[in-house]
Structure formats: structure tokens, C-alpha cells
Design a protein around this ligand. Structure first.
Ligand code: A3P
Length: 855
């Protein structure tokens, strides 16, 4: 008996016992015993107890039963093909615009370019006035701006205006009021200032009318010939094709049905300065359709600025309605004269992972492959160059039922119609291989299989098989397509790579439905130009558009269990430091490091062969050596009771990218910095590099270095910058505090570290919350010869830092000291403010001295 027939026969037997038992047996591979015992027994019993006619009827009935059970339990059977596959949804976006050409033609009229002839003096940045940073609309606006990489600044309305200009340039290209009434009721002085700015720099205003508790009927907007009705329920939104605001958004369609919310505002105007951008109709539930008032009500209105020379776009509702998100982007583009316009080009690639992989019954049959091919050719009409990108594992070729194996063959017959990329031969994930030779072997297997198949890289992830089981139901999927998340993803991103799986293309073919529908919807409602390219070209384009993203950012694999799961078993997140001593250089960081190393509960990194004890991971090229390289500095020490690990790299403090990188990997780490007089720090640093033979430092005096102007030779200017920049403490601390919370940062007064290190170390232990808290006064002693505190050893002896720490050099010249006092004045003032803001009650003496009036 073939395996298949054994399987079928045993299925029948188990139908008497229930599905659970059947599944358990099939899974346990117990099919053989049942077939060899129960079926012959049944037949013998039938022959013995009933006549032949009854026996035949019984066999027919039994066969029928077998068929039903088999169809229900084993969808992969050949019988399953008799089942109606009618749940499969068909793309159903009806688009009036493209109907004649199947939605395929490119937009008939080119999208307007909002660029203006005027000589603009504005930065492409948005100023957003909000009632509070926590309102839904504020979050929606911020999210939309972030998604579209539009720079913005949020200001809470009601306070004084932020600085609007920078020399002769306007800092903002558009002003947004989350609540328009805050603009209308602004105090006279600020309002005049803001309006003046808008007129002088040709800057427009976007305003949202906030829902009101009381329903207003025909209320006038303060100071404007514009009247509003509030708290309405509306339906059927449509756009004004004549509106010059529309660019990304394509007019001509109607978003049928009720609009989200029951607090819409509509506008009525009696001045030609106003022109509707969007209309809708009243929604009156349970009111006969024929009797409904079909009057179009303006829900978004444009003020051409004919009355006061300021252009505005006013929304009668927030950004809940998907169309308003597009209109908001168009308003920013229009009001900034194209400075904030998004490109209309979008590129799309759809990966289909796991080709040939997959359970019997979930794989592609010939009709699925046919559907894949015909959908692809339809999509190519509006996405030139579109080809599905297939990721395969050769080992599973022909592992389905007959129908599916034919599907596999058909895919290969059409190999050139798709793009391809390779998974591992047996679909194993490469990082799970412990044995490199085996990994290479398996990779080669797949390569041999793929000799004829060009391979590319892969992208994102999605998976679902049946519409009925779609999480949240079919409405949820349709919502995502028709203006929702999937639609918006494509609108906001110039390059989109979607990851799907083979199983999404069999069964209900949800992926075909989803992509064809969303592309049609985009075609209906936007002027976006879609195209596609192979992955490598897409990658090149992406990094050309976003060069800043070429740099890797190492995150903590343990922050996400999914990442942790795919991480090698011999790695652990405990191999990352708990705190960082970030510098800056020459403030006493080595002394602090040596004191910390005396603590029994602390362990620093193992020394770096290239940078002495410092790893310098986050600031230099070492970052590109990767996470493993960094973690190797923190090996688990056998029998070590240390619970806290740390590293000290004094160059971290002023490294431009360091705070961001450090936060990405160590978001909960504590930071320790030491500050001394920036002037003294600069002088100590100069002495340090001079001692190390720096040619420029040896050719120029300290005064010449610090006073070098911008016409000085480059090496001198570079040295000046390296000498002076770290001392701009407030600037650097601001950057750190953009990433880390203030309570993660501990500032040590470097002069106190020098004069009373025990007290400094006690405070530091409290901040780090390390136990046991040891008494440093018993471990450190002042060494008069060295002039510094040193480690106490063997009773009364001291072990001090080497000659390079606490050097002897002449005192700084007075002219340099005065120059630096002036140079750092504004930075030191800002530092005092920052320290006060973060609750530091005592201002270091050196800071007070540096801020005293220069003589
Ligand atoms: P100088 O050598 O210019 O005096 P860093 O370790 O960050 O490079 O800082 C070196 C500075 O630490 C020295 O600068 C010295 O003034 C200061 N320092 C503070 N406490 C010290 C200590 N206990 N021993 C030696 N130097 C100390």
C-alpha cells in the first residue's frame, strides 16, 4: 500500500475516533498499524454479517464518509480541489479616473509644481504651535512630519514667540496651528509680529479648527469674513479639482461613506479670498437617501491672502481622515512655495519569500502561478519594471502534492518573468549554523540549484493566508489599503520593499489582492509616479536619497526577544558596560578610572592594544568593527563577583555621533563626565600633545594656536579646533541630554576630584547605586611629591599615576588666560543655566571664576 493510501485509509478509521486522535496519530506517524488491522477487520465483519448488496451500499457510504472526512481534515488532498475556493477576494478599488484604461494611464495633467519665482529666504522647516505636546492631533502632526522627514519645531501656544529669523533668513517655511483659535486669539503684539514675518518671508499658515463643546452655527472666525458651523457628521468627501493646493493628492474621486468623527467644522465665506479644497455632505443617519441634502459643504478651505497678504489653509477636522493627511502635506508644499514639496516618485518591490518551502496544501498550484503572472503583468501597466522578487530554497522543490509540484514546475517554466534571490538550500537561517564548513556546503547546494537563477537581496516581512482569518477581519485589511497604513507607507516612502511569503499567493491569494488594490487606490487618489527596479539598484537609490543612513547604528540585541533569539548562544548582553566615563580629555579621567578600578564591585574593559586602556568604540572607526568587536572587551571573568562594568573613553564627550550611537546600544547606561575650567583643559591638552611630539604644537605657541584665525594654515586651524572645541561644555552636554535623561548623567567637578577625591567617589557610588559602598578615604592618600591624591598601598605607601598625569609645565600666559576667558564666556554662561536647569545647586568655583568680569 502506498504511503498516500495508507494515510487515506487511516483517516477514515480515525474519523470514528475524532479529529484530535487522528492528528496525534498522524503526527506520531502511527498510520500503518490502523490500516493493517482495522480496515481488513471491518471488511471481514461486513462480509460475515450482511449480504453482498448491503455490503456494497455500506462501502459506498463509507467511501462518501471517507471523502468528507478527508476533505475536511486534509486540505492538501486531491479532493480538496473539488472544494469551492470562492472566498478569495478580488481587487475592488473602483477608480473613475482610470476606468477607461483599466486604471493604467499615467496622470493626465502633470501635478502642479508649487515652486515660485520669488527669491525665497526661508528654511524648509515647519513651526508647529500646539496646545500641549500630548494631544492626539499634535502627535499625528509630528508623526506625519517625521515619516516624511520634514524638519519641524514644536512650540506650546500662548508663550512668547520663538525667534523667527536668523540674520536675513526666515527659520520656518510654514507655520502650523494645531488649534486655529490660538492664532486668532493671540495677543496683539505677538500676532502682529507673526503676521509681519509671514508677509515679509512669504510664509503661509495651516490651521485646524478644534472641536468645540458648544455647537456653533454661522459663527464668525475672529477678524475674518469666514463663518463656521461645528459638530457635524459628514459623508462623501470630494476634492476641488481647481484648487492650486493639490499636488500629491489627485482630485476627481469621492471617498464614499461617513467620515470619521462627529465633530466636523464646515466653512462659509463671503469673500473671494476663500476657495474650498475639500467638500463633503451632511450625514444624517436613518434619513431616506432621496431626501438628503446633497449641498456640498467646504471642509478644508484655502485663503488666497487677498485681504491681508497671508496665505492660509484651514482644516475643519484633524488628521483622523486619511485624505487630510495628504492634504496637509500638499498644504505644506503649497504654502512653502515648493520648499517642502515631496518628490512624487515612489519605487516598489515585492519579495515573495519561501518559494518551494511550505506545507503541502499551502503551496502554489498552477492556477495560483497563473494568477501571479497575470497580476504581475497588470501591475506592470502602472508600475513600469515591476517583477515579483522570489526568494527560494532549492531543497523543497517538488515537496507538495501533485497539483503543487506542477505549480513548482510552472514557476520554473516562467523563471525569467520574475526576479530571484536565494535563501539557504534547506531554508536554515545562516546565523544558526555553528559549523562554517557546513554553512558553505549548504550555500553551494542552493547555488548549484540556482545556476540559471540570478540572485538578489531580500526585504521586509508580512504573512497571512485566508481573508476570513485576517487579524481584525477583512475590513481591517481594506482600511489599510484604502487610505490606511499600507497606502500611507507608500505615500510617505520613496522606496518601498515589501516582504511576503509564498503562502500569501496560494489559498486566498491575499498578497495579489492587497498589492493590486493598494496600487489602484494610489493611482486613483494621488499623482504619485510608481516604478520598480531590482533590489541592488533600489539600495543604491535609497542611499543616494538618504546618505545619512549609510552609517550603521548598533542597537542592543537584547532589547527585542526576536533579535535575541536569532543571536548566537555564546553571546550575552551582560557583555555590555553599565556606565561610561565619557571625558572630556585632560580633566582627570585617568585618575577617576584608577579610583574606580579599586572598587571590588566594578570591572572595566580589558585594555585595548591600540588605544591603551581606552576602547574608543563610539567615536572613531572602531564603531565599524561591529558589536562583537566591542563586546569582546567585556569577557565574563571566571569567579568574578563584579556586578558593574564600565569603560572610559575620554574622547566620547565631544564626539559628534557618540551620544546617538551610545544611546542606541546602551539606552539605560549611566554617564559620568568631569568638568574643569575649559581654559585649563585646553592648556593641559596642548601640553599633552606637544609632549607627544605633535609637529604643529611644537611649531606654534599655545597662544598662537588658540588665537589662530580662519585664514591660518589648515593644520593650525585643525589643532585650534581640537584644542578649544571640547571645552564648549554646554553644547556637548546638550547633545548628550537630547539622547539620555538628566538623571542618567553625573557631572563631577574636576577640581574637587583633585582636592577631595574620597568625597567625589562617595557621591559617585551613590549615583551609580553600587554596593558595597566603600570608603575611599581609607584607600587614597595625598602624595606631596606628586601633588595629587594617589592609591594607598602596603600600609602607608602611595602608588601614583605616571609622569604623563600631573605634568610640570609653566603656568599659562596671562594674555592666553584672558583670551580664553572671553572665548568661553558665552559657553560658560550657558553651562551655568544648564546646571541650574538640571538641579545642580552648587556651581563649581572655577566656573564662577571664569565668569567673573575679565580684567
Ligand atoms: P595635567 O597633566 O595637565 O596636570 P586625563 O587623565 O583626563 O588625561 O587628565 C589628566 C589630568 O588629570 C592631569 O592634567 C591632572 O591635572 C589631572 N588629575 C586629577 N587628579 C589627578 C591625580 N590624582 N593624579 C594625577 N593627575 C590628576
Amino acid at each position: 500500500m502506498s504511503t498516500e493510501s495508507v494515510y487515506k485509509a487511516s483517516s477514515l478509521s480515525r474519523s470514528l475516533l475524532g479529529r484530535g486522535a487522528l492528528r496525534r496519530d498522524v503526527e506520531a506517524g502511527n498510520t500503518g498499524n490502523w490500516s493493517s488491522t482495522l480496515i481488513p477487520c471491518c471488511c471481514l465483519w461486513l462480509l460475515k454479517h450482511v449480504n453482498v448488496k448491503k455490503c456494497v451500499i455500506a462501502i459506498i457510504l463509507l467511501s462518501f464518509l471517507l471523502m468528507i472526512v478527508y476533505i475536511n481534515l486534509v486540505p492538501s488532498s486531491t479532493f480538496a480541489s473539488f472544494m469551492p475556493r470562492d472566498t478569495r477576494p478580488m481587487p475592488m478599488v473602483h477608480c473613475r479616473l482610470g476606468e477607461s484604461s483599466g486604471g493604467a494611464s499615467p496622470p493626465d495633467v502633470p501635478a502642479p509644481d508649487h515652486r515660485s519665482e520669488a527669491r525665497l529666504r526661508i528654511d524648509p522647516k515647519v513651526l508647529v504651535f500646539v496646545e500641549s505636546a500630548y494631544t492626539k492631533l499634535c502627535r499625528d502632526i509630528a508623526e506625519l512630519l517625521v515619516h516624511n522627514r520634514i524638519k519641524y519645531k514644536v512650540e506650546v501656544s500662548g508663550k512668547s514667540l520663538p525667534v523667527l529669523t536668523n540674520l536675513d533668513k526666515g527659520r520656518y517655511g510654514v507655520i502650523v496651528f494645531e488649534n486655529l483659535s490660538k492664532y486668532l486669539t493671540m495677543d496683539k503684539w505677538n500676532r502682529e509680529l507673526l503676521d509681519k514675518y509671514c508677509r515679509e518671508y512669504s510664509v503661509g499658515i495651516v490651521g485646524f479648527v478644534s472641536p468645540t463643546e458648544d455647537t456653533l452655527v454661522g459663527a464668525q472666525l475672529k477678524g475674518f469674513p469666514l463663518f463656521i458651523h461645528t459638530n457635524l457628521r459628514l459623508k462623501d468627501a470630494t476634492l476641488n479639482p481647481a484648487s492650486p493646493v493639490l499636488r500629491l493628492t489627485r482630485p476627481g474621486e469621492t471617498a464614499w461613506g461617513s467620515l470619521p468623527g462627529d465633530d466636523w467644522t464646515i466653512f462659509q465665506a463671503n469673500s473671494s479670498t476663500y476657495e474650498p479644497v475639500e467638500w463633503a455632505s451632511r450625514y444624517i443617519p436613518d434619513y431616506p437617501e432621496g431626501n438628503r441634502n446633497k449641498t456640498l459643504l467646504a471642509t478644508v478651505i484655502q485663503d488666497h491672502g487677498r485681504l491681508d497678504s497671508i496665505q492660509r489653509v484651514i482644516f475643519g477636522s484633524g488628521l483622523r481622515f486619511w485624505l487630510h493627511r495628504l492634504l496637509f502635506l500638499d498644504a505644506l508644499s503649497y504654502l512653502s512655495h515648493g520648499q517642502l514639496s515631496l518628490s512624487l516618485d515612489r519605487m516598489i518591490l515585492v519579495d515573495i519569500d519561501d518559494i518551494f518551502v511550505g506545507e503541502r496544501g499551502t503551496r502554489l498550484r498552477t492556477d495560483d502561478v497563473q494568477a501571479l503572472l497575470s497580476t504581475q503583468s497588470r501591475i506592470r501597466h502602472y508600475v513600469p519594471g515591476f517583477k515579483f522578487n522570489l526568494g527560494f530554497s532549492g531543497k523543497y522543490f517538488h515537496h507538495g502534492i501533485d497539483e503543487e509540484n506542477k505549480g513548482d514546475d510552472m514557476i520554473l517554466e516562467n523563471v525569467d518573468k520574475f526576479m530571484w534571490f536565494s535563501h539557504m538550500w534547506n531554508h536554515q537561517q545562516p546565523h544558526l549554523y555553528d559549523n562554517l564548513t557546513q554553512l558553505e556546503l549548504d550555500m553551494n547546494l542552493n547555488r548549484e540549484f540556482a545556476m540559471v537563477l540570478p540572485r538578489q537581496t531580500c526585504g521586509l516581512f508580512t504573512h497571512t493566508m485566508l481573508i476570513d482569518r485576517y487579524p481584525g477581519g477583512r475590513d481591517k485589511l481594506d482600511e489599510s489599503i484604502q487610505g490606511g497604513e499600507l497606502f500611507q507607507t507608500i505615500v510617505y516612502n520613496s522606496i518601498n520593499i515589501f516582504m511576503t511569503h509564498m503562502s500569501n499567493y496560494g489559498n486566498d491569494r491575499l498578497a495579489l489582492y492587497t498589492f493590486e488594490s493598494v496600487l489602484k487606490f494610489l493611482r486613483c487618489w494621488t499623482n504619485i509616479r510608481l516604478s520598480s527596479s531590482p533590489p541592488v539598484q533600489l539600495a543604491e537609490k535609497y542611499f543616494k536619497l538618504h546618505p545619512e543612513e549609510m552609517d550603521p547604528v548598533w542597537g542592543n540585541p537584547c532589547d527585542d526577544v526576536r533579535h535575541q533569539r536569532i543571536w548566537s548562544r555564546n553571546k550575552s548582553c551582560s557583555a555590555l558596560p553599565h556606565f561610561l566615563v565619557i571625558g572630556p580629555q585632560k580633566t582627570g579621567t585617568t585618575a577617576l578610572y584608577s579610583f574606580l578600578s579599586l572598587h571590588p564591585a566594578l570591572a572595566s574593559n580589558i585594555p585595548s592594544p591600540t588605544t591603551f586602556e581606552e576602547i574608543q568604540f563610539f567615536n572613531a572607526n572602531n564603531y565599524y568593527k561591529g558589536l562583537d568587536w566591542y563586546m569582546n572587551f567585556f569577557p565574563p571573568i571566571q569567579g568574578n563577583t563584579s556586578r558593574y562594568t564600565f569603560e572610559k573613553s575620554a574622547t566620547y564627550f565631544d564626539g559628534e555621533l557618540v551620544p546617538k550611537r551610545a544611546h542606541a546600544l546602551l539606552p539605560n547606561a549611566k554617564l559620568v563626565t568631569i568638568l574643569i575650567s575649559p581654559a585649563k583643559r585646553a592648556y593641559s591638552w596642548y601640553q599633552h600633545i606637544k609632549y607627544h611630539g605633535d609637529i604643529v604644537a611644537n611649531n606654534y605657541s599655545f597662544h598662537e594656536v588658540i588665537t589662530a584665525n580662519d585664514t591660518a594654515p589648515k593644520p593650525l586651524r585643525d589643532l585650534r579646533n581640537r584644542c578649544l572645541n571640547p571645552g564648549k561644555y554646554s553644547h556637548h552636554l546638550d547633545r548628550w541630554l537630547m539622547e539620555f535623561a538628566p538623571n542618567q548623567l553625573h557631572i563631577i567637578d574636576g577640581s574637587a576630584l583633585r582636592s577631595d577625591p574620597a568625597e567625589v567617589m562617595n557621591a559617585l557610588q551613590r549615583f551609580l547605586k553600587i554596593t558595597p559602598c566603600i570608603d575611599y578615604s581609607k584607600m587614597l592618600k595625598y602624595d606631596p611629591k606628586k601633588g595629587f591624591f594617589c592609591q594607598l598601598v602596603n600600609g602607608d605607601h602611595t602608588k601614583c599615576l605616571g609622569k604623563s598625569k600631573g605634568r610640570n609645565y609653566p603656568a599659562m600666559e596671562e594674555k592666553s588666560s584672558k583670551f580664553l576667558q572671553r572665548y568661553y564666556m558665552s559657553h560658560n554662561t550657558a553651562l551655568v543655566k544648564l546646571l541650574k536647569k538640571f538641579g545642580n545647586r552648587t556651581i563649581p568655583h572655577w566656573l564662577k571664576d571664569d565668569l567673573s568680569t575679565p580684567s
